[in-house]
Design a binder for this molecule. Sequence first.
Ligand code: ADE
Ligand code: ZN
Length: 344
Amino acid sequence: MDYPEYLRKVPKVELHCHFEGTVRAATFADLARKHEVALPTDEVARLYDYDTIYEFLKIFGMVSSTLIDRADFARCAYESLEDGVRLGNLRYREMFFNPTLHTRRGIPMATVIDGLVDGIRAAETDFGVRCKLIADVYRQDAPELARQMVEEVLANRVDELIGLGMDGAEAPDPPEKFVEAYRAAKAGGLRLTSHASEDAPPVNITTCLDVLGCERIDHGYHILADTAVLNRCKDEGIYFTCCPTSTAVVYGWPDLTAHPIKDMVAAGLNVMLNSDDPTMFHTDLGREYVELCTALGYDQSTVRTLVLNGVDATWLDDTDKASLRTEFTGELDALDAALTGTDR
Ligand code: ADE
Ligand code: ZN
């Protein structure tokens, strides 16, 4: 076993992955045909080509517009988890979805949630992978629409639905815009997270923690620009869900050695790795580990820290978390033993 194979095989948790960003290009083309949605190109291999977050979000919306029936959501959720298992030994995911990208097109919230849950349960039966759901506020929406979305999510709540998050373009729409939506989610018993300081200053991290009540931070790449925010997050043990490839592409970091994740890990923050929008950025969870850990020269002990940070950052209950930790530790020990003496 070589090191890339080892990195693909380590058991993984994923906490920053957008359902709509996991739709296979071939499935996108298939659903577009089924529902007669016009595509920008006939070449499946070129459907997911873009250079900026804004171009990306446009295609993200177009993918969403091909998801119409409950079966469409179920198929894509199932395929998404199948890909995570096959390409990265995914064992547990807390997955984002954007309700308003669907409900604004007249798709009932129940169709979205029930379809996702059908796919999640079928994937658990077939592959043993578990998955929960986080409904994301879309930053470009009006605050009132986001608050209504939360009420509707709570009215259609299932066991799988455990949290509220927030995504979309960060710079034009700061987190405080959505304080009411977050308040309603907390009152309804949802766990809270948000994309923050992906493409904006570290003050957005402070706002997410103190004003919105977030428990984790998704991305956080500009945190090193503010020592007080950095030290606070270290002291409080805040977990950061980081995504190497997707952000290197849209923010122009030329290769992964220039990605701020390197400095975040070196500064002692609790970082864990994710694929964000894997199919849309031509990556997968296994590849994220392979590319980042080989680019930065991370050894097995750093990989173990990244993996177990993922477990500790989940919103599983303490018993479940402890047993996942034990399971992962045993598998990491066996993989480490198998790697010893082989060529890195
Ligand atoms: N929507 C899907 N992926 C996203 C990301 N990484 N940042 C902002 N919005 C997103
Ligand atoms: Zn994201």
